[in-house]
Design a protein around this ligand. Sequence first.
Ligand code: SF4
Length: 130
Amino acid sequence: MNVSILGKNGLKTVNLNRRKASREKCLNCAGWSLKAVTTCEFTDCPLYAFRSGKGKQNAKARAKAIRNYCLWCMNGQRAEVSKCTCPDCPLFPYRQGGIDRSAEIDPTQKKTAYRSGFGSYLMATRTTGH
Ligand code: SF4
């Protein structure tokens, strides 16, 4: 799924899956320092085991880790996770266990655009400057 996420130098378009999403979130958390992700000491973080983005991963455990991370991010409020307004977060499409495609970029469009929701608002403001 092609989405626009926050990278070291601003928004970037990536072909995302859960493995990459976890890795990207850890890089974001560590200020995009590869070393800081590798040497992370927050062993109680739900994403800890998936931070390298490499190796054999249990897909169910990874999906659960993402849900748990989002729950932590929203102070344990499930309703707030579903209402999350951060489509630039790499975990956004996977925050509820399934796949939310609302932030997906239409590959047939030359310019990047979100299908709906807060992303369209962001794109509109980026284009018009309002
Ligand atoms: S998708 Fe939303 S709830 Fe999940 S970590 Fe990102 S900002 Fe937090």
